[in-house]
Every structure is written in C-alpha cells, then in structure tokens.
Design a protein around this ligand. Sequence first.
Ligand code: PLP
Length: 423
Amino acid sequence: MNVDFEHLREFYARGASVREIFNLGVRYRAEGRKPIDLSIGNPDVKPPPAYYRALREVVKECEHSSENLHRYMPNAGFPEVRRRVAAELAVELDVPFEPRHVMITAGAANALDIVIATLLWRREQEPGVAGKAGEAGEQRDTTPEALLVAPYFPEYETLIRGQHARCRAVAATADYRLDLEAIEAAIGPATRLLVLNSPNNPTGAVYTAEELSALADLLIRKRDELGTAVVVLEDSPYHRIVFGEHQFAPMVKHYPYTVFVSSLSKSLGLAGERIGYLAAHPQLAAGEESSAVFSAALSAALRMRVVNAPALQQRVLARIGIGPHVDPREYERRAVALGQILAPLGFRFAYPQGGFYLFAEIPERFQDENEFRAVMHAGEDPLLYVPGTVFGGEAYRRSVRLSACVPEAEIQRAGAKLSSALA
Ligand code: PLP
C-alpha cells in the first residue's frame, strides 16, 4: 500500500497554475517547438554595476575575514541591515520606522507568509486546546477572514487557506481601481486582514494617495464601529517599477495598522537570490509589550520557515541599501509595445501603470478562453500566458495575463503570432 497524497491535490493546485504553464513551456521546448513565453514574470533586466561591485566586496570581505561570516545570525536579520532599511524606508514612506519594526526576509513571499501566519494564527487551530467535540457552546465559528481585491496574485489564497482562514474576494471596479463601497460592505467582525497590492499583479494598477487615504478613512471608521482594526498587508514588490507620470503611493503612510512588504526581486532583478523586507507601522502593535510580542512572533515564524534571509545578500544590502534599482522604463517600453500589438487586434485592457503585466480581455470573436488557448498553443511557436481565472475565478474567464517582462524580441514574436492567428 502506497502513501496516499490525493488529499493535497486540490489545495496545492491553486497557486501552482502559473508554474504549470511555465512547465508546459519546458515540455514544448523538449518537443522541439519554440514557445513564446509570456506567462511568468521573471525579471530579465540585470542588476546595475553597483550591485556587482558590492557583491565582489562582500565576497572578498568574507574570504579574507578571520571570522566565518556565513554563520547564523538573528532570525530577523543583521542589526546593521535592519538599521539601514528602517532609516531609508522612514524617509521614503514618511513613517518613523525604527530597526525593530523591520525584518529582512527571503523575498516578499517569505514576508507575506510570516505576516499571514502570525496575524491569522489562532489557538483554536491547535487540537486539544479548543473545539472539544460535543461540548455546548464550542461550535462557534471563529474562522478569521482575509479580504483580497480581485483580480489578485493567487499565492495570497494559498497562504491564507494554509492558515485555515477564509478568503473573501472583493472585486475591483471595471477599470481595476479599489471599490471602496464593496470593501466597506465586506468588512465584518471576522475580518482580520486586507491584502493590498500596488503596483498590481495582474492588472498593473498603481493606487493613488487619494484612493489610499479614502481607504484609510473607511478602515478607521470600521475600526471604531467593530472595536478592532483590520490590518492591511501592503504587498509592494513592484514599488520601484512604476511608469511615466504615475507614482508609487504607500498605504502605510495613511493607515497605522499596516505592514509594508517589498523585496529586491523586481527592483534589482534578484528574484533568485531571495532577499526582501517588511516594515510594520510603529503604531500597529501599540505599546512596548504588544510590539515585543508581535516582533517575537514574526521572528519565530521566520525561524520556522527559512531561519534567516541569505547572509551574503544581506551584506550587499548593508552596503547599497534599498535605493538602487533597474530602470523602470525598460519594462515600460515592453508593456507599451505589447499594448500596441494587442489594441488593434480587439483586446480590451488598460495600459499598466507599473509592474510586469498586462491584463487583457480577449477579442469578442472567441467564444471563450479555451478557444483562444487552442489557437495560441497551436503550431511551432505556442504563445503561453496565464488565464484570468487563476486570479479570482470565473469573473475573469475572458481575461488573460501577459507578462511584458521578456526581451523585446519575444514581444515582437508574440506580435507576429497574434497577428497571423487573428488576421
Ligand atoms: N507579491 C506579488 C504580487 C508578486 O507578483 C510576487 C512575485 O511574483 C511576490 C509577491 C513575491 O516576490 P518575491 O520574489 O520578492 O518573493
């Protein structure tokens, strides 16, 4: 008798869909076909020379030090790195962060995971502590809820459901802005968390300071009504990839119950090196004691997962800080080129204001996305993209996410494929 893993299939399949398409590309290549892969957002702009200079210095320092500089460190990161990140974020986001509010993480994904695990943890999850079957009054549903603005990055759902919490999706407006009325209506006594993502994956929306300030007013009103505040998890790994006249506006500046998350994955093209950070607003955990408990819990969650963020990358961060970044215009040019291909072919979309992606509705001549996919995957040059349903279900069944984070030649190949298939 083999071990049965069938029960894992449905749960882990959710967030895996983007990877599956990536793997499909690997299969097509093995078959000798030449896929045009606009599925995954794998940053292809290289880090600037300052990064490599610092990396060389760090390697030299480690090699020649009498000490072993590759050892364990405090789980939340080297103190000097937390100091530097806190100081830079305080200026950039206009929030008085101190080093104790900042943690260095293995990318934004690790930060999201530990914040979600910490905020949604509850005693009732533990067997033998509560929920004793059959006892009157123990059947109360205490399941916490997290709100997601749809369409949304599917990993949020996996992380939240992994904590046995419920996700409630609140659709964005038709032009992918925040629907404040819908958010207000969705908040109830079980709501613990609202995940906000700007610049947005998949829509490319960058929320304005006005939108975020109105959202903050609403959340404060709800706090007063419900007696407890909803925490905003501000996931902004694309915050340096913003186009044209648009500007990144941070929610953490407007709303004190916010944890800001970002990474160097996109800003420096270091996605494979796993280095990122979080900063919890100083007023989020009010008082010394509460603040100490919250950071100890986050540190423990980090320790349980990756122990600490990579030492070498942290030492680079200590030298260059979080300021240096790739030129967002490189990505903007590609997004515009892709948009210029799609618009005349009948796709409906808003040009992205930042990030890596373009989220478009397929032309009306296709009955559904299956029909579109059959055409796109046919031939020697299958065009790979992520179906819209991955980002929030059936409401997005006529949408597709195309990554503009590929070399310009790939966008031109996509153009040729689309034009000949849709002519
Ligand atoms: N959040 C969003 C919206 C993303 O698109 C990604 C990566 O694609 C992440 C988080 C994870 O980023 P990181 O590589 O820093 O973990």
